[in-house]
Design a protein around this ligand. Structure first.
Ligand code: AMP
Length: 190
């Protein structure tokens, strides 16, 4: 599926619908989006028009890249679906799907790697679904996160505890690749 061996052709990014409390969160989203566009890698995301989601999408568009948003019909208004994803030379588009489940399945189908940036419950739900589906052998797509300013530290400590207590295998734990910068994450996904 990759355009070049090892380099993904499309990355699904999961991140907050809100901007979060630190400027570094948005900065990481912008930097990662610009990096994807520079590398010729398409962004697949939830199609939202606010917060971290909007920041990463706009960074890709501003750098001339391709953005595919996937949003359930019921959330088009609530999540202020991005109005700039029109088919053009870049191939950007907004796909409107019937349900949340369809959104998640479609996003994963369109991408060949997954990236997690700071976000809330929705972001975590999406990340764990990608990881558990990998654990079940449903896909083999790499999944990594940018632990911006330690935002995910507590979650990563909990996952260590889950391994220590025998609920998560070392192999499954290692499926979540952790990077401290957009460049480092891109390298981990390639
Ligand atoms: P959040 O991280 O909570 O700001 O949410 C980020 C994105 O995840 C938003 O587009 C939400 O619509 C989406 N989301 C929220 N809950 C779920 C869920 N259960 N499954 C999939 N996506 C979700």
């Amino acid at each position: 599926m990759s355009a070049t061996a090892g380099v993904p052709s499309a990355v699904a990014v999961y991140c907050g619908f809100r901007p979060g409390g630190r400027p570094a969160f948005r900065a990481a989203a912008v930097e990662f989006g610009a990096l994807l566009a520079r590398q010729g890698v398409s962004l697949v995301y939830g199609g939202g028009g606010r917060g971290m989601m909007r920041a990463v999408a706009d960074a890709v568009l501003d750098a001339g890249g391709t953005v595919i948003g996937v949003i359930p019909e019921s959330l088009v208004a609530a999540e202020e679906a991005h109005t700039g994803l029109r088919p053009g030379t870049s191939g950007s588009r907004l796909e409107i799907v019937a349900s949340m489940h369809e959104r998640k399945a479609r996003m994963l189908a369109l991408a060949d790697a997954c990236a997690v940036l700071p976000g809330g419950m929705g972001t975590l739900d999406e990340m764990f679904e990608v990881l558990t589906w990998a654990q079940l052998g449903i896909h083999e797509k790499p999944c990594g996160m940018i632990n911006v300013e330690g935002y995910f530290d507590a979650l990563l400590r909990f996952l260590d505890e889950a391994v220590a207590q025998g609920f998560v295998s070392e192999t499954d734990h290692a499926r979540l690749r952790v990077a401290s910068s957009p460049e480092a994450l891109f390298a981990l996904l390639s």
